[in-house]
Design a protein around this ligand. Structure first.
Ligand code: B1M
Length: 234
């Protein structure tokens, strides 16, 4: 009872204070509070995408800065990641429920040696929300897994994610293997992850670098349209 009285009532906070509190709760890895905050913002008629970007992604950016600076450590960041996933789980069906027709298919996975998946999962959610069918291979994928999934699902797009400077070169291994097997031109290859940039994407032979999940959707739609137009013209 006394504990309950000490509790902060998130519903009493203004939008701005609530978002600030959610950044703090994400930092502290408080999943129940994050779920409650997400639900309150949705009740206040925030669009799911706004909740995602302003409350969750921005909160995770702050976690990332303190992780980099040695203020937070792996166990704490894992709790933040878990809280973020709880919030994302509420938003996922809402982002996907736009009723968009299926516009293409994507196989995506985080590359071998890399277990970061929050950004990739966001990309999956946004792509599904935009009407793409997404086959998510998860984390730590060797080239054989990508090839097997491409052969099984025959997607339009192969997406790869890497968050470590030590794992991003593996994208070239995958793309070179596709080329060796004569499969490279069958797919649009999109790459993303915080340490990448356009130069890197060019250097490894990808079709495009995707800065974030929203940009991934735009680029995917654009490249699929161009591919369709080329087919029609030829
Ligand atoms: Co890691 N970690 N981590 N980590 N971690 C980083 C990446 C790091 C930058 C932190 C730092 O030092 N500042 C650093 C890498 C440094 C470097 O390589 N130069 C780092 C390190 C060093 C490590 C370990 C080695 C730490 C250790 O063990 N000593 C270890 C590596 C483990 C491994 O992979 N083998 C490790 C472990 C972990 C946790 C397990 C604790 C956890 C991951 C939990 C999980 O993902 N389930 C974790 C986290 C959470 C982070 C930070 C803090 C946050 C990453 C994140 O989720 N960002 C990160 C710091 C940072 O990036 N600021 C860090 C939020 C997410 C929404 O953004 O992933 O960039 P992002 O995704 C964006 C875009 O990049 C893009 O769209 C997304 C959405 O908008 N995008 C794509 C991403 N993938 C895409 C694919 C596409 C398209 C777009 O395909 C088409």
């Amino acid at each position: 009872m006394a504990e309950e009285q000490d509790d902060l009532d998130l519903r009493e906070l203004s939008d701005e204070d609530l978002v600030q509190q959610m950044h703090d709760d994400l930092y502290d890895g408080l999943d129940t509070e994050i779920e409650e905050g997400v639900n309150i913002l949705l009740e206040r008629e925030w669009l799911p995408y706004r909740v995602l970007t302003e409350a969750l992604v921005e909160g995770m950016r702050i976690v990332g800065i303190d992780f980099r600076d040695g203020i937070l450590f792996v166990p704490e960041v894992l709790l933040s990641a878990k809280a973020m996933k709880c919030g994302m789980a509420i938003l996922k069906p809402l982002l996907a429920a736009t009723g968009a027709p299926q516009v293409g298919k994507m196989v995506i996975g985080t590359v071998k040696g890399d277990i970061h998946d929050i950004g990739k999962n966001l990309v999956c959610m946004m792509m599904e929300g935009a009407g793409f069918e997404v086959i998510d291979l998860g984390i730590n994928n060797p080239v054989e897994d990508y090839i097997a999934a491409l052969e099984e699902h025959k997607p339009d797009i192969l997406g790869m994610s890497a968050l470590l400077t030590t794992t991003m070169p593996y994208m070239k291994v995958v793309i070179d293997t596709l080329a060796e097997r004569g499969m490279r031109d069958d797919y649009i290859v999109l790459v993303g992850g915080a340490p990448l940039n356009e130069e890197f994407a060019d250097a490894v032979g990808a079709d495009a670098y995707c800065r974030d999940a929203a940009v991934t959707v735009e680029i995917a739609q654009d490249l699929i349209n161009r591919k369709h137009n080329q087919r029609v013209a030829s």
